[in-house]
Design a protein around this ligand. Structure first.
Ligand SMILES: CC(C)(COP(=O)(O)OP(=O)(O)OC[C@H]1O[C@@H](n2cnc3c(N)ncnc32)[C@H](O)[C@@H]1OP(=O)(O)O)[C@@H](O)C(=O)NCCC(=O)NCCS
Length: 191
């Protein structure tokens, strides 16, 4: 087990992040159960891009899977362990997900993300990561924000790099996704 990721029950020490965040062309909103059908459509449409990298993305992904994800997001928000947001365009399309996780341990938050394929490559995730990083660093007790991605996941690495995250460590891991290379890169926001 990687002890750096063993903080399963770690809670945010102070105030929680806002439920809604404006990020230029996008709005981040805390996940709500009523968005499960739209989330299912977004994931299903993006499976070719998600399956290589996301352990939960598979051909059987359905409404029950989305509901379960959103239910867990509601619970973990209440527990103070994870803060997951749906990404919306200004006209109300659900185009992905981004979240803050406490699992890296005290004083730090980790950002995770995916985007709906038709909206990829337009700078949206970089913009969302930039804003969520700023928000994370305003939270009491938080002074580090990190991103972890497979070394072969060049798009994710590029998003992190563009948003100001520099590589601090490489970790040997057992791959948990089809394209996993066995090496993960840990990056930290360095303004
Ligand atoms: C990673 C991901 C969220 C990027 O979202 P996005 O909105 O397309 O990101 P942006 O448009 O802000 O930036 C993407 C950057 O990656 C680059 N990129 C995309 N695919 C690439 C590839 N195969 N190789 C190298 N660079 C790549 C783009 O050119 C762009 O960089 P640029 O602005 O310098 O040209 C999206 O690809 C995705 O959802 N991937 C699957 C899920 C995933 O891997 N999540 C992260 C797990 S750690």
């Amino acid at each position: 087990m990687d002890l750096r990721w063993s903080c399963a029950g770690c809670k945010l020490p102070g105030m929680e992040p806002p439920e809604m965040i404006n990020a230029g062309d996008l709005v981040l909103k805390r996940w709500e159960p009523e968005w499960a059908p739209e989330a299912t459509a977004a994931v299903r449409e993006s499976l070719p891009e998600l399956k290589p990298w996301m352990p939960w993305a598979n051909d059987g992904y359905d409404l029950a899977a989305s509901r379960s994800y959103i239910d867990r997001s509601v619970e973990s928000w209440a527990a103070g362990t994870e803060f997951n947001y749906a990404l919306f365009t200004t006209v109300g399309d659900v185009i992905g997900s981004i979240g803050l996780m406490t699992r890296v341990g005290p004083g730090a938050l980790e950002i995770g993300y995916w985007i709906r394929t038709p909206w990829a490559g337009r700078g949206h995730m970089t913009a969302a990561v930039r804003v969520l990083t700023r928000v994370a660093l305003t939270l009491p007790g938080i002074d580090r924000v990190v991103i972890r991605h497979d070394a072969a996941n060049l798009a994710s690495g590029r998003v992190a790099e563009k948003a100001g995250f520099v590589e601090t460590e490489r970790l040997a891991v057992d791959p948990t996704t089809p394209a996993g290379s066995g090496t993960e890169i840990l990056r930290e926001f360095k303004p």
